[in-house]
Every structure is written in C-alpha cells, then in structure tokens.
Design a protein around this ligand. Sequence first.
Ligand code: G3P
Ligand code: MG
Length: 241
Amino acid sequence: MAWLYPFWIAHRGAGKQAPENTLAAFRVGQAAGFRGFECDVQLSADGVPFLLHDDTLERTTNGAGLACALDWATLQRLDAGSWLAPAFAGEPPASLAALAERAVAGDLALNLELKPSPGQSERVGTGVARWLRTHWQAPCPPLLSSFDPEALRAAHAADGGWPLALLLERWQADAPQQALALHACAVVCHHASLDAAAIAALHAQGLKALSYTVNEAAEVRRLRAAGIDGLITDQLDLRDA
Ligand code: G3P
Ligand code: MG
C-alpha cells in the first residue's frame, strides 16, 4: 500500500501539553502544526470505542476501576482533564466517534493503538475494526497498531482492509517475519533498541519502520540517519531537530 502517514506523529493526542487522549490534546497538537496523531483505543462495556491509555481510570480521570467494565454513558461523564491542570477541568474522555469527526474536519492521519485490557484482545480488535468500517469517513485510513498480536489478528479477521502495525517494546530479530504473519505493513519499535540494521531488515521486507516515544533531538537525528519512516513524540517542538 502507499504510505499515507506523516513523519511526525503526536503521542496520545498531543504529548504532555494537554490531557492525553482527549479532544483538547488533539486541538493543541493541531495548533502546533501536527496532522499525525497516535492515541490509545479501548471498548466500553457496551461496545463503544473510546480513548484511554490505562486499563484503569484512576491516573487520568476522576473515575475508579477497570474502564472496560463501564458503559459509555458513565465513561463520558468523567473528568479526564483535571488530573493534568485545572484549566482542563471537565474535559471528558474522547469517543472514537468524536475523533473520527475531527479527522474529517482536519484531514488527520491517525495511528489508533489497540489497547485491550487483559482478556479483551479479541473483543477490542474485532470491535474497533468493525466500528471503523461503518463510521470512518476521513480520507486517510487509520493505522491500527498493537503490542497485542491477538488484537491485530482479530482486527484483520474482522476487516482485512485496515493497515496494521506491530508494536514492540524492544527489537527482535524475527520482527519482520512476525509483522508479515500478522498482515502488518509496519513495525513501531521503542527507540532504544532500534538501529540502522533493524530498519534495513524491515525495509528489505517492504515494511515501514516507526519509533516511539522520541523526545530528544539527538535521538531524532540518529533515527533519521538510520532511515526511520516516522516518529511518535511528546515534544511538539522537535520537528526541526
Ligand atoms: O503507540 C506507541 C506508544 O504509544 C506505545 O506506548 O504506552 O505510550 O501506549 P504507550
Ligand atoms: Mg499508545
């Protein structure tokens, strides 16, 4: 497939300048000139896709317990902004539907990280892929990534039309083969273990190489020289590094 994604991808909406995975974060990222965004996607108990990084609600909302145990009507009433700063008080968790509207209006290119809680892999992979088929209208299809091969397999089985990426916490010699077996078009690897040889091994198989979460200029220069295809960052001012 043609590679449709910008080199720079803002992490969790827009790094750390606004509450992660909320619409406020995407607003801040867009204002800083970003078009590419990574965010974390789960399913509520009643099957609504929404954005949250953690399994539980405590760190980034005023709720408690497992997020996937609650229905969307309850989740959308939570405050997902106060934890970061009073200025964001009342900012609700974002539904994927709200983000999909923003993607149309802003021509966004999204990397949706499938982030299932334990036991939710198949449900999240299947649910998100099917939801997208019905609801996604932006020109750029979202890149679905996950650390969880089961979620990627389920997404592919539910709808083979979405581009997939395998996420890795560290480079593995058989990463290209793993990615190809999952029908992925890219590997997104933590920057610490990614080097020119690894990137060349991906390119040799026709795979793209992306890296997270790259927040230092020297690391940007190293990975650029090594041939990286895209970087996920919290630092909105790194793009000239
Ligand atoms: O998708 C890249 C990156 O977001 C993976 O780590 O923990 O920030 O979701 P995490
Ligand atoms: Mg993520």
